[in-house]
Design a protein around this ligand. Structure first.
Ligand SMILES: Cc1cc2nc3c(=O)[nH]c(=O)nc-3n(C[C@H](O)[C@H](O)[C@H](O)COP(=O)(O)OP(=O)(O)OC[C@H]3O[C@@H](n4cnc5c(N)ncnc54)[C@H](O)[C@@H]3O)c2cc1C
Length: 487
């Protein structure tokens, strides 16, 4: 076992590094690697264009054994490895550093669905399967794999697991952590751990898979997974409604869970300003409600029976909520196209906010009951800081997860606004912590929030995290500099 290379020393990497890269090429064969700058370029920058890296080589293994071989070679030579799936991370977790010495390990060629077991309600997949393909293959077998998020056309299941992704169905089905029964992992020193169990109950000591779920590639490489499947919903009732005020969202959420027999699968809060961004900037975004309203909610019931039970439950819920003054306007989708149009509004926000100009983003969670308080306090604190600032909170409020994003006052310069970033982040995160929340609800830590972590986790918690890292990756070769600063 070698010490890590002195990566920041001029002249490094040296001959040992070059030999190791040659060994990797041999182990993977011609199709299994690339050093072509045009192939590497898009993989060396994150989706938000915040982080830019370099890599000595792109390794594209096709099998678990090849992943193990690459990690063994890197371990011997002390070369750090950045695992990458679809490279959709929102926190710079899949971008290598700028040394040019790291191996960028793409799982993209490991994209086979190995088995679907309708009796066990499980699906065994390789880590490079694109999430949408996983959903489609499950649906073709009359089963549901419920993880769903904006990047599903390109993110990969290994990346989802390593990020413990959330998305729009967490309320009913949980985060990725709740959807994984077993994992196969290649350890930092190149050993293969076969933990591909499909058991619903396994009480044999520490549940090691959970260490790798959400570890952002810092502990090992996930190569295969056994995923949990569910009955495929046969009926969906989808509505967009305008709320009396922000507090009404909690009351509506409680009622919606009861009215649907806990078949509420999504409950997305949308500040009116976010929808206005979508209507203004995205041609295909169709106005769903006639007027502008400050607070709107997109909610969806997913029923297991074909028919219109869910639709009826939605109508009853909204009629009653309307009578009680909780909801002031609403539309229930009458066709699959209308449903898609409503969901499109939610998804269009990401692109619309880019077109609106600079924005400062937060992916936070608080206990569900404190969401209105969080939004009110944050709005007030930011307004005090910058007059006319435009917060536009939206997101998975049924899970207490708010994407609390902030645009500059109308007419203000983007550059001047962005200079406030640190103070705005600190203010929003301080309020989050004060309400017993988390500064990263679903996007992870990566590089973006790494340096803030010590402010919000106890010394003991950080120490335990470091010990886990030390135990599984003693020379710190797995995705260094992500999650833990000194990891
Ligand atoms: C438009 C958009 C919308 C999004 N919406 C949501 C949302 O609603 N909810 C949500 O939770 N997230 C959301 N995200 C973030 C999303 O969850 C993550 O980007 C995604 O899960 C990462 O998958 P990936 O394959 O792209 O992984 P990458 O970005 O390639 O990697 C992410 C991390 O996982 C590690 N990694 C990747 N593959 C492996 C592997 N096989 N083994 C070990 N480590 C690995 C990487 O090193 C990195 O640390 C969104 C992202 C975008 C771009």
């Amino acid at each position: 076992m070698a010490d890590p290379l002195p990566l920041n020393t001029p002249g490094a990497p040296g001959p040992r590094h070059r030999d190791a890269i040659e060994q990797i090429k041999q182990a993977l064969g011609d199709k299994g690697w690339s050093q072509d700058p045009s192939v590497l370029a898009p993989l060396l920058v994150d989706t938000r264009d915040y982080y830019h890296g370099k890599a000595a080589i792109l390794a594209r293994p096709e099998t678990t054994e090849q992943v193990a071989e690459v990690l063994k070679i890197c371990h011997e030579a002390g070369i750090p490895v950045t695992p990458q799936g679809g490279n959709t991370s929102r926190v710079g977790s899949a971008t290598p550093d700028e040394s040019g010495a790291q191996v960028l390990l793409s799982l993209a060629r490991m994209n086979r669905v190995l088995e679907i077991d309708p009796v066990d309600y499980t699906m065994t997949v390789e880590a490079g399967c694109v999430l949408q393909d996983v959903q489609n293959k499950a649906a073709a077998a009359d089963r549901l794999f419920p993880l769903s998020l904006g990047a599903e056309g390109s993110c990969m299941i290994g990346g989802n697991i390593a990020s413990n992704a959330g998305g729009i169905n967490v309320l009913r089905y949980g985060n990725t952590r709740d959807l994984v029964l077993g994992l196969e992992v290649v350890t930092a020193d190149g050993q293969i751990w076969n933990g591909l169990r499909r058991l619903r109950k396994d009480n044999t000591g520490y549940d090691l898979k959970h260490l790798f779920i959400g570890s952002e590639g810092t502990l090992g490489v996930i190569t295969k997974a056994v995923l949990k499947l569910f009955p495929l919903p046969k009926e969906k009732a989808t509505a967009l409604c305008a709320l009396r005020d922000l507090d009404a969202c909690l009351e509506l959420l409680t009622r919606a869970r009861a009215a649907s027999g806990d078949a509420l699968s999504s409950f997305e809060l949308l500040a009116g300003i976010t929808l206005n961004f979508a209507y203004r900037h995205i041609d295909t975004a169709k106005r769903a409600l006639g007027e502008e309203y400050d607070w709107q909610v997109l909610l969806e019931f997913s029923g297991l029976e074909a028919g219109d039970m869910m639709n009826q439950a939605m109508e009853t819920l909204l009629e009653q909520a309307f009578e009680d003054g909780l909801v002031i306007d609403a539309v229930i989708a009458q066709s699959e196209q209308q449903r898609a149009d409503i969901w499109f509004l939610r998804e269009a926000i990401v692109e619309a906010q880019l077109k609106e100009g600079a924005s400062i983003k937060h992916d936070v969670s608080v206990p569900v009951s404190r969401v209105p308080e969080f939004i009110r306090r944050s709005n007030a604190a930011l307004e005090e800081m910058i007059e006319g600032v435009r917060p536009y909170p939206f997101g998975h409020v049924g899970d207490g997860n708010i994407h609390y994003n902030v645009s500059p006052p109308v007419g203000a310069s983007d550059a001047e606004f962005v200079a406030w970033k640190e103070r705005i982040n600190e203010t929003v995160h301080r309020i989050t912590a004060d309400l017993e929340g988390s500064i990263s609800a679903e996007h992870g830590v990566g590089q973006l929030k790494r340096d803030e972590l010590p402010l919000y986790k106890s010394a003991l918690e950080l120490e335990m995290m470091r010990k886990v890292k030390q135990a599984l990756d003693p020379i710190g070769l797995m995705n260094p500099g992500k999650v833990l600063k000194d990891g």
